[in-house]
Unconditional design. Structure first.
Ligand code: SDX
Length: 431
């Protein structure tokens, strides 16, 4: 069967150029333009890479029009309903759901790797107490590389997996330590009688002198939030991890760069901004003025938690979180939580407004996650660190896949140059 191609006709010269079509197992086909410059002398122009495929991947599939999100073929709804975060992390890294023995080994390896070198505690002390925990995460995660000098043989699959497990295992410890540091409380060590998510809750909210009361509904809700944030195809922070990793930088440095990218309010920082927005709204009566501001092109304000570069129908994660939000608040006896009532009214008003309907701006994953996290007791400045904790599973899986992909190369985009053309230097006295 003839290979599928597209033909580009240069209307300046009448030249025709054929380019191969690459077909995926799901989703749109891609035009392979790797020979474009060599054949035509042209580059493509796609600020924000909205129409550009940067890599091959088998990890996550998103259909933005149908609101589909799958990890290795399993729907996010199915995984939230039946799996747990550590099993999803295994799935992202290995491509298949683990058998009993495989899961037991993975679980044991992660549990064994949760501690960080005692020296790292001194890194926290260099920060002001009111430092944003994302600043601490960027520093401490990047600094992890200084404790594993010898273990950067990126050509060894076993070593790549070891780095991935270390990062998945240590992020909860570092996130919890950054919180304890910010409130001046004793940092706690992981406990062998807890698993992944419950142990994180213990390290966050436990105290040395008290027996910790674990609430199963809270553990389940947080684990689901971690699953929902685990991976999301080639989003800004994942692309940053791939970009940094493509230079051969070690995975700790690459993930640290991903944490930096995630921090932005247009990306992972939105969950914290949703809470700040709801709190600044105060009451339902204030909603119309915020909707008005969100539409005003001269006002930089955006309705936080609404809109998405890919989802132009609904974010399936928001649907799962909406339900989970009600379950958690019911379990905590907070169903009359004013912020939830305000959020529900804001969602109703926005979804009936022509501006949002026309632009397909629906609630995204960040809209509900903040309300649940606040109800559990996380301060809003910890929301994005939690996102980073969960996304470390996806970042490491994507970083590992990039190193195993024979087509992957050093990332180096080009540009449309609009600056000065060549000119001679003018000595200072003649300017
Ligand atoms: C995440 O990529 C991923 O997968 C990300 C993520 C992941 O899991 O990794 O899903 C996580 O980042 C979720 C998104 C969290 N961000 C927010 O909630 C911040 C608020 N949202 C906006 O900043 C915005 O919607 C973006 C950045 C998310 C997407 O913006 P796009 O795709 O670049 O769309 P755009 O800016 O081109 O907007 C199209 C139109 C514009 O109006 P017009 O110029 O057509 O008149 O929609 C408007 C925008 O002004 N618009 C909004 C809006 N989002 C877009 N107007 C008001 N409020 C908003 N939130």
């Amino acid at each position: 069967m003839m290979a599928k191609t597209v033909t580009l006709i240069d209307n300046q010269t009448g030249e025709k150029y054929d380019f191969p079509i690459l077909e995926g197992t799901q989703g749109p086909d891609l035009i392979d333009i790797r020979t474009l410059y060599g054949k035509t002398g042209y580059f493509t122009f796609d600020p924000g890479y909205g129409a550009t495929g940067a890599c091959e991947s088998k990890i996550t599939y998103i259909d933005g029009d149908k609101g589909i999100l799958q990890h290795r073929g399993y729907s996010i709804e199915n995984l939230c309903d039946k799996s747990n975060f550590l099993e999803v992390a295994y799935l992202l890294l290995h491509g298949e759901l683990p058998k009993q023995t495989e899961y037991a080994q993975f679980h044991a390896e992660i549990m064994e790797s949760r501690l960080i070198n005692e020296q790292l505690q001194f890194f926290f002390r260099g920060f002001r107490r009111d430092a944003h925990p994302m600043a601490i995460l960027v520093g401490v995660v990047g600094a992890l590389s200084s404790f594993y000098h010898g273990a950067f043989d990126l050509h060894s699959e076993e070593n790549r997996l070891l780095c991935c497990r270390r990062l998945v295992a240590k992020l909860p410890t570092i996130v919890a330590m950054s919180y304890k540091y910010s409130i001046g409380q004793a940092m706690l060590y992981p406990r062998e009688d807890y698993n992944y998510t419950d142990n994180f809750l213990y390290m966050m909210f436990g105290k040395p002198e008290h027996k910790f009361k674990m609430i199963p509904e809270v553990v389940s809700a947080l684990d689901k939030i971690f699953i929902l944030h685990a991976d999301h195809e080639q989003n800004a922070s994942t692309s940053t991890v791939r970009m940094a990793g493509s230079t051969g930088a070690n995975p700790y440095a690459a993930v640290s760069s991903g944490i930096s990218a995630l921090w932005g309010p247009a990306h992972g920082g939105a969950n914290e901004e949703v809470l700040n927005m709801l709190k600044s709204m105060g009451s339902v009566d204030d909603i119309p003025q915020y909707i008005k501001r969100a539409k005003d092109k001269d006002d930089p304000f955006r309705l936080m938690g609404f809109g998405h570069r890919v989802y132009k129908n609904f974010d399936p994660r928001a649907n799962v979180l909406r339900q989970s939000c009600h379950e958690v608040l019911d379990a905590l006896g907070m169903k009359e939580q004013p912020l939830l009532k305000l959020a529900m009214e804001l969602e109703r008003i926005a979804l009936e407004d022509e501006y949002f309907i026309e632009r397909k701006l629906f609630p995204n994953v960040d809209f509900y996650s903040g309300i649940i996290l606040e109800a559990i007791g996380f301060p809003s400045y910890m929301f994005t660190p939690l996102f980073a904790l969960a996304r470390t599973a996806g970042w490491t899986a994507q970083w590992k896949e990039m190193h195993e992909d024979k087509t992957s190369r050093l990332c180096r985009p080009r540009q449309l140059y609009l600056g000065e053309t060549a000119r001679e230097y003018i000595p200072m006295e003649k300017r």
